[in-house]
Design a protein. Structure first.
Lengths: 452, 717, 88
C-alpha cells in the first residue's frame, strides 16, 4: 500500500461573480490554532469545550494604550473599568492592578467592587436603581455617586441629613447629538434646562456638594464627532456653573461607549475600517475640554468608563463542531456546542469564526447553529467555512465583552473560562458549571420531597 | 492612665501653666523680634539690656504688656501674638516715649493711645504691605507712631520732652573709641546708648546667631571707615543714629532676608553704606520738622532692597529667603539642603512642555540640527508600542503619533512672540525658508526665553503679551518649518530673538517611565532616546488641607502611648506646614506635581522629626498606581533636624564655614494592594511609612536605638 | 438527452474546475468531489463508489455512504446532475 492521502469530505462551490480568480478557486479561509502562543487544543484538553479564553497581554496592552492616548492629551485622567462588561473577579482585579477605578451600576456590582478591594473612593456609582445600603455607604465613603433622577437626589439628601455630613455627588446628563439616538431615560436633560434645574435644586437643598458631571452617550459608538459634540456641551455647562454659581468641579466623567473591533450585523464596512482608534477617540473627547475655563493646575479629572473597547478583543471562545448538516435548500449547516446561551452578543454582532486547523479546502457559506433547540440560536450566518469534521474546533472572536456577564444557564450550563498569561502559562478563572450551580438556590418544599 | 494607655493631665493646672507660658513667650518674643528673632533667652537678655536705664526700660516693658493685651482683646491671631510679631513695634514706641518724654500722668494717657495706635497701624500696614508687595512691615509702625506722638507734644498739656538723655553712672569702656561707639550704638537700638546695654545686646544677638554678629560688626566697621575717609557725619552720629540703622541693615541683608554667603555679605556691606548715606540725608530733611530719624533709614533701605531684588527670578543670587524662622544659620542650612535635594541652583523652574510620555528624538549636540549655538535644543516625539514614530506607512501627517498633540507651557511666563500661519510640511519635506515654523516664545523670568517650534498652523491659542501658567495649553505639535516629520523642538535662550544661542536647559521632576523600574530625576537633562514625562498625579493622595486636624497615636520607645493632634496651617510666608497642637514646632512641606516633600522642621518635636525622616519625599505619581510598581531613590536628610540639644550650637558655628557632610538615605516605594509602602535606610536611621487611599496612615522611625511610631486614628472634629 | 449523455458533456479538469455547458455555470470541486462526479459519470453505483473512495484514501472513520449520498443530492440541486437522478 502506498501511503494514501487522508480523507476529506467532498466539496462543491458554485462560482459567483467576484469569487473567481484566474486559478478558478475561491478565497482560502485562514485558521488559527493558538491564542497568545498557547495551543487551543491543549487548552480544551485541560478545561473542556466550549471554553472562553482571555489573553492577559491584550488586556493590559489595551488598557495602557487607551490610558496613554488620553494622557498625551489631558493632564488628569482616570479610567474606570465598567463591571457589567465582565463580572469575573480575576478580570476586574487585573484592571484594578493596572490602576483602574471600578464603575458599577447596581448595589450588587458595588458590593462586588468592594470585595475586590476597591475603597468607596475608587468606585464610580451609576445606575437608576441604587439600593439604600450601598448608596449610604457610597455617599459616606466618598464614592463618586452619579445622580440619575430627582428622587435619587432627595434620597441622598435624606441620607446626608441622617448622618450629618455633606457628601459630594455628580449629576448625570443626557443630551442631543446630531448623530446618536438620545438616551433620555437616564439622567437630567441638558438641552431643555432640566440639568440646570437639578443643580438649582441641589444647591437649594444645601445638603450635597456638586463636584462632577457625568454623561454617557450610548454603546458601540462609531462616530467620534458625537463625542466632540457632547464634550463641548458638557464643558459649556461646566463653565456656566463655575461663572454663575462658583461651582468648581473636580470630575468630568464622559462615560464610555467606545467601540471594539466587532461588527454589527447591520454594519457594511469591516471593522478595521470603521472602528476609530483610541487616538481618534481621545482627540475628539479631549478637544472640547480645552475650552474649560479652569486654571491649568485645577483642571477636573477626566474619567472614562470603558468596558467593551478594553476587553472585547481580549476574549475568544473555542467551540467544537457537533454535527454537519445539509439544509433543505442545499446550504451547509453546522452545529457547535456554544450557542446564544453562551454568546448573547451573537444576536447583534457578526463574530469572526475561524477554524483552528489549517486546511486548503475551499470554504462554503455555512450556517453555524448552537446546541439549543431554538430557531433563533444562530452563531454564524452564512459564514465562509471549509469542511470541518465533527470534533474539530473553531475560534469565535471577539467575545470578551458582555458574553460572560450576560450568558444564561439555559439548556446548557456555562463553560469554563481560562486566562492565558504572557509567559505562556494558563490558569482557570472560572470552572465549568455543574448541575449544582443551577439548582443550589432552589428550595424544594417538603410535600414535593424536599428535606430540611 | 486612662484605658487607652495615654497620659492624662490635670486639665485645670495645665490651663494655667499654659497661660503663664503664653504670657512669658509673648513678652520675651516681643523683645527678640526687634532683632528679627524668636527666642526666649534672647528676649530675656534684651529685656535686661533695656533695664540699664530702668525708667526707660520699665516703660517699655509696660508697653509690651499693654499692646499685647490690646491684641488679645481685639482677638488678633494668637500665634502671632505669642511669637512676638505684634508686640515689638509697641516695645520700641514705648521705649521712645520713656526716653523722650518727661514722665507724668498725662503721658500715661498718651501712652495708652500710642499703644492702641501702634497695634492698629502694625496690623493695617502688615495687611497692605504683605498682600500688595509681599514685604514685612519691619519697624515702620514704630517710626510713624513715634513721629505722631512727638509731633503732638507741643499741643499736649502737661507733656514735655526731656531736656537731656538719662544719665547712667557707669565707668567708660576701656579700649578703642570704635568699640565704645559700637556698643553704644547697639544699646541705642533700645534707646539705651550705654555700652553696658550694648554688651547685653551683643551677647543676646550672639546667642541667637553668630553670622548676625559678624555682619553687625562688619557693617558698623564699614560705616566707621566711611566716616574716617569719605563722609562728614554730624557729631554723635554713631551711637545715636548708626546703631539703629547701619547695624540693623547689615544684619538684615547679610543673613536674615537673604541666604548667607559671599554675595549676601557683599550686599550687606553695600547696604550699610547706603544706610549711612540715607541716614545723613534724612537727618537734614527731618531736622527742620523737629522729628528724629529713628529707624527710618533702616526700614527704607531694607524694604527697598528686598522689594527690588524680589523682582528677579526666585533663584538668583543672593537668594531671597521666604521662611518663618529668620535665623541666618537656619537660612543657610535650608538653602544648602534645598540645593542638594532639588539640584538646580539657578534659572527658571521648568517642567516638560507636553502631556504624557514623549521620547527625545534628537538630544543636546544632536547630529542633525542641534549643533554650535543651538546645541542645547531638544526634539521630542511620541514612540508607539512597536518603537516607531508613526503607524502604517508614515506617508501622512496623521500617521505620526505626536501630530496634533497638545503642547503646554513649561513654567509661568509671558508670551513675547507668536508666529502662525505657516503650513505643515508633508512627511519627508521641510521648509528651510522659515526653519522654526510656527512658534511660541515665552519669557520665563530673569533673562530666560523658552522657544517651542514646528507647531501646527491655527493651533496657537495664546497671543503676544498674554500671561500663561505652567501646564496651560499653548498650541498643537505640527510639522511646520524645518520638520521632515512632525515633532516638537524646544530650546532655552537668553535673549528674545527667535533662534538666539541656546543656554543649558533642564527639567524638574523628570520621570522616565519603564515597565521595570521607573526612574525619577528631581532635575535632569533628557538624553537622546530617553522617554520622559512629567509627574502625573496618581490615585493616592496625601491631602493635608489647611485647617484639617488629625489625631495620631504616638509611641516613643519606652514612653507610654500618647495621642497627639496634628493640624495643617499656612505659616507667615504662605508655606504649608504641619503643627503639633500645643507646641510651636512645625514641619514645612510642599506637594508639588504629585510629589510630597517634607522640607524642614522649625522647632524641635519628636513627632515632627519622625514625620520628616519617613516622609522626606513621597512620590504619589501614577507610575506607582499599579500594584507591584516600585521606585528607589536617594535623598539627603538634614541631620540637624534629627539631633537635638547638646552640641548643636557648636555644629552650627562650624557649619557656617564648612558645609556639613551630606547624609544620604536610600528610599524605596512599593505599591501593594493596600497602598504605598515606603522605606528608608541609612547608617544612622531606618524609616517606614504607609500611605493608603485615605492618606498617610502609619509612620515609623528608628534612630540611635530609639523606635518611634505614629499611627493615624482619624480626623479630629 | 439521457443522463449519461448529459453527464458526459461536463468538462471536469484535473484541478477540480467544472464547466457545465448546459447552464453555463462553473464550479470548483475538491479531489474527493471530482472522484465522485467522475464515478457517477462512469455509471458507478453507491456501493462501488464507496469502495472506490475507500481504496483511494486512508481510512479515517468517515461515514462515506452518507457523504456520497449528500454530495449526489448537491450535484442534483446545482443542476450538474439531472433532476430525479438517483444512484443505484
Amino acid at each position: 500500500m502506498t501511503d494514501r492521502p487522508p480523507y476529506v469530505p467532498p466539496t462543491l462551490v458554485r462560482h459567483r461573480s467576484g469569487l473567481m480568480n484566474k486559478m478558478g478557486v475561491g478565497p482560502v479561509v485562514s485558521s488559527r490554532s493558538s491564542v497568545a502562543g498557547v495551543n487551543v487544543e491543549a487548552l480544551v484538553e485541560a478545561y473542556g469545550s466550549p471554553l472562553f479564553i482571555y489573553d492577559e497581554q491584550i488586556i493590559r496592552a489595551r488598557y495602557r494604550a487607551l490610558h496613554n492616548a488620553l494622557v498625551l492629551r489631558y493632564p488628569k485622567v482616570a479610567l474606570a473599568w465598567s463591571y457589567k462588561t465582565c463580572y469575573l473577579d480575576a478580570i476586574c482585579r487585573l484592571y484594578h492592578q493596572e490602576g483602574a477605578l471600578a464603575e458599577v451600576v447596581s448595589g450588587m456590582e458595588y458590593r462586588k467592587a468592594r470585595r475586590n478591594g476597591m475603597t468607596p473612593g475608587q468606585i464610580v456609582y451609576n445606575g437608576p436603581h441604587k439600593d439604600d445600603q450601598t448608596l449610604t455607604e457610597a455617599l459616606l465613603g466618598g464614592a463618586r455617586v452619579h445622580l440619575d433622577h430627582f428622587d435619587e437626589l432627595a434620597r441622598c439628601e435624606r441620607i446626608a441629613e441622617q448622618h450629618g455630613c455633606r457628601p459630594a455627588v455628580s449629576i448625570r446628563l443626557n443630551l442631543e447629538t446630531s448623530t446618536l439616538p438620545r438616551w433620555d431615560r437616564f439622567g437630567f436633560n441638558l438641552d431643555n434646562g432640566q440639568a440646570r434645574d437639578a443643580v438649582r435644586r441641589l444647591l437649594a437643598g444645601g445638603r450635597l456638594r456638586l463636584t462632577g458631571l457625568h454623561v454617557h452617550l450610548g454603546t458601540f459608538i462609531l462616530d467620534v464627532r458625537a463625542f466632540a459634540e457632547a464634550t463641548r456641551k458638557v464643558v459649556a455647562f461646566a463653565n456656566r456653573l463655575r461663572s454663575e454659581r462658583g461651582i468648581v468641579l473636580d470630575t468630568l466623567d464622559l462615560g464610555g461607549g467606545l467601540a471594539s473591533r466587532n461588527r454589527l450585523r447591520s454594519q457594511y464596512l469591516p471593522s478595521d475600517q470603521s472602528v476609530p482608534s483610541f487616538a481618534q477617540y481621545a482627540e475628539q473627547l479631549v478637544d472640547g475640554l480645552s475650552a474649560l475655563d479652569y486654571p491649568a493646575n485645577e483642571l477636573p479629572t477626566l474619567v472614562l468608563e470603558t468596558g467593551r473597547a478594553l476587553i472585547d478583543e481580549a476574549g475568544s471562545l473555542v467551540t467544537t463542531v457537533v454535527a454537519n448538516k445539509r439544509l433543505a435548500d442545499g446550504r451547509r449547516g453546522m452545529v457547535v456546542d456554544a450557542g446564544v446561551n453562551t454568546l448573547f452578543t451573537a444576536y447583534w454582532y457578526q463574530h469572526q469564526l475561524v477554524p483552528t486547523q489549517p486546511t486548503s479546502e475551499p470554504p462554503e457559506p455555512t450556517m453555524v447553529y448552537g446546541p439549543l433547540c431554538m430557531n433563533i440560536d444562530v452563531v454564524g450566518n452564512n459564514v465562509m467555512l471549509p469542511p470541518m469534521a465533527v470534533g474539530q474546533r473553531m475560534l469565535v472572536t471577539p467575545v470578551g465583552a458582555y458574553n460572560l456577564s450576560q450568558s444564561m444557564q439555559f439548556i446548557e450550563l456555562r463553560p469554563a473560562v481560562c486566562l492565558v498569561r504572557p509567559d505562556g502559562t494558563h490558569t482557570l478563572i472560572r470552572r465549568r458549571e455543574v448541575l449544582d450551580d443551577l439548582t443550589r438556590a432552589e428550595v424544594i418544599p417538603p410535600w414535593l420531597g424536599g428535606g430540611r | 492612665m486612662n484605658p487607652l494607655g495615654t497620659k492624662t493631665v490635670d486639665s485645670s493646672k495645665s490651663t494655667s501653666r499654659a497661660a503663664v507660658r503664653f504670657a512669658i513667650d509673648m513678652v520675651l518674643h516681643s523683645y527678640s523680634a526687634v532683632l528679627f528673632a524668636r527666642s526666649r533667652w534672647m528676649g530675656l537678655l534684651l529685656l535686661l539690656a533695656t533695664l540699664v536705664v530702668p525708667s526707660v526700660g520699665l516703660v517699655g516693658l509696660g508697653g509690651v504688656v499693654l499692646a499685647n493685651g490690646i491684641c488679645l482683646a481685639l482677638a488678633l491671631d494668637r500665634a502671632s501674638v505669642r511669637s512676638g510679631l505684634l508686640g515689638y513695634n509697641a516695645l520700641l514706641v514705648f521705649l521712645a516715649i520713656g526716653a523722650f518724654l518727661e514722665h507724668s500722668p498725662v503721658v500715661l494717657l498718651v501712652a495708652l493711645a500710642a499703644g492702641l495706635l501702634t497695634v492698629l497701624m502694625h496690623v493695617a500696614l502688615t495687611g497692605a504691605l504683605r498682600s500688595h508687595f509681599g514685604l514685612p512691615v519691619l519697624s515702620l509702625p514704630f517710626v510713624l507712631v513715634t513721629w505722631v506722638v512727638l509731633a503732638a507734644v507741643p499741643h499736649l498739656k502737661g507733656v514735655a520732652l526731656v531736656s537731656h538723655p538719662p544719665a547712667v553712672h557707669l565707668p567708660a569702656l576701656p579700649g578703642p573709641l570704635m568699640l565704645d561707639g559700637f556698643f553704644r550704638s547697639l544699646g541705642a537700638i533700645f534707646f539705651q546708648p550705654h555700652w553696658a546695654s550694648g554688651v547685653l545686646v551683643l551677647v543676646a544677638l550672639g546667642r541667637w546667631s553668630r553670622i548676625a554678629v559678624v555682619h553687625a560688626m562688619v557693617g558698623f566697621g564699614v560705616a566707621w571707615a566711611a566716616d574716617a575717609w569719605l563722609l562728614h557725619f554730624p557729631p554723635n552720629f554713631f551711637h545715636v543714629y548708626a546703631g539703629f540703622n547701619v547695624v540693623l541693615t547689615a544684619v538684615a541683608l547679610g543673613g536674615v532676608f537673604f541666604v548667607p554667603g559671599p554675595d549676601a555679605s557683599l550686599l550687606s556691606v553695600g547696604g550699610s553704606l547706603v544706610a549711612a548715606l540715607v541716614t545723613v540725608g534724612s537727618l537734614s530733611i527731618l531736622a527742620p520738622l523737629g522729628l528724629p530719624v529713628l529707624a527710618l533709614p533702616f526700614n527704607l533701605v531694607a524694604l527697598l532692597t528686598l522689594y527690588a531684588l524680589r523682582q528677579r527670578s526666585a533663584s538668583s543670587r543672593p537668594r531671597s529667603v521666604t521662611g518663618r524662622d529668620a535665623r541666618p544659620e537656619d537660612n543657610l542650612a535650608w538653602y544648602r539642603q534645598w540645593a542638594v535635594r532639588f539640584g538646580q541652583k539657578d534659572g527658571p523652574r521648568l517642567v516638560l512642555p507636553f502631556r504624557g510620555a514623549w521620547t527625545v528624538s534628537q538630544g543636546n549636540d544632536g547630529p542633525h540640527t542641534h549643533q554650535s549655538i543651538w546645541r542645547h535644543g531638544l526634539d521630542f516625539e511620541v514612540r508607539g508600542t512597536d518603537g516607531r514614530w508613526c503607524e502604517g506607512t508614515g506617508d501622512q501627517l496623521t500617521d505620526y503619533h505626536c501630530y496634533r498633540l497638545p503642547v503646554v507651557a513649561p513654567a509661568p511666563g509671558t508670551v513675547v512672540r507668536v508666529v502662525d500661519g505657516l503650513p505643515d510640511c508633508a512627511p519627508g519635506t521641510a521648509d528651510t525658508i522659515h526653519p522654526w515654523g510656527n512658534l511660541v516664545l515665552l519669557w520665563v523670568g530673569a533673562d530666560r526665553y523658552f522657544l517651542l517650534a514646528h507647531l501646527t498652523p491655527g493651533s496657537i491659542r495664546v497671543e503676544e503679551g498674554a500671561t500663561v501658567r505652567t501646564g496651560q495649553e499653548l498650541a498643537r505639535c505640527g510639522a511646520s518649518g524645518r520638520a521632515p516629520r512632525p515633532h516638537l523642538h524646544v530650546q532655552l535662550q537668553s535673549t528674545s530673538v527667535v533662534g538666539a544661542p541656546t543656554v543649558p536647559m533642564g527639567f524638574h521632576n523628570l520621570w522616565s517611565p519603564a515597565l521595570e523600574g521607573a526612574r525619577l530625576e528631581r532635575y535632569g537633562v533628557p538624553k537622546e532616546g530617553q522617554q520622559v514625562r512629567n509627574s502625573i498625579i496618581g490615585n493616592l493622595r496625601i491631602d493635608w488641607p489647611i485647617g484639617a486636624r488629625t489625631r495620631w497615636r504616638w509611641a516613643d520607645g519606652s514612653e507610654p502611648l500618647e495621642v497627639v493632634e496634628l493640624v495643617s496651617q499656612l505659616d507667615s510666608s504662605g508655606q504649608p506646614c504641619l503643627l503639633v497642637m500645643g507646641s510651636a514646632a512645625c514641619m514645612r512641606f510642599e506637594i508639588r506635581d504629585g510629589i510630597f516633600y517634607a522640607l524642614g522642621v522649625d522647632g524641635d518635636h519628636p513627632v515632627l522629626r519622625t514625620l520628616y525622616a519617613a516622609l522626606l519625599m513621597v512620590p504619589l505619581d501614577a507610575a506607582l498606581d499599579r500594584v507591584g510598581a516600585a521606585l528607589t531613590w536617594k535623598d539627603t536628610i538634614d541631620l540637624r533636624v534629627l539631633s537635638s540639644g547638646g552640641w548643636s550650637w557648636l555644629r552650627d558655628i562650624i557649619s557656617t564655614v564648612v558645609p556639613p557632610k551630606k547624609h544620604f538615605v536610600d528610599y524605596s516605594a512599593c505599591r501593594t494592594p493596600d497602598g504605598l509602602v515606603l522605606e528608608g535606610r541609612s547608617e544612622a536611621l531606618q524609616t517606614a511609612a504607609h500611605v493608603d487611599a485615605a492618606g498617610v496612615s502609619r509612620v515609623f522611625l528608628e534612630l540611635q536605638g530609639r523606635r518611634m511610631s505614629l499611627t493615624k486614628l482619624g480626623e479630629a472634629p | 438527452m439521457n443522463d449519461a449523455a448529459r453527464l458526459a458533456q461536463l468538462a471536469i479538469s484535473p484541478s477540480g474546475f467544472v464547466f457545465d455547458p448546459h447552464t453555463g455555470g462553473t464550479f470548483t470541486v475538491n479531489a474527493t468531489g471530482r472522484l465522485i462526479l467522475e464515478g457517477v459519470r462512469d455509471g458507478l453505483g453507491l456501493a462501488a463508489l464507496t469502495r472506490h473512495l475507500e481504496r483511494r484514501f486512508a481510512p479515517g472513520g468517515a461515514d462515506l455512504e452518507r457523504d456520497v449520498l449528500e454530495y449526489v443530492a448537491r450535484l442534483r440541486e446545482n443542476g450538474l446532475l439531472p433532476a430525479g437522478f438517483e444512484l443505484h
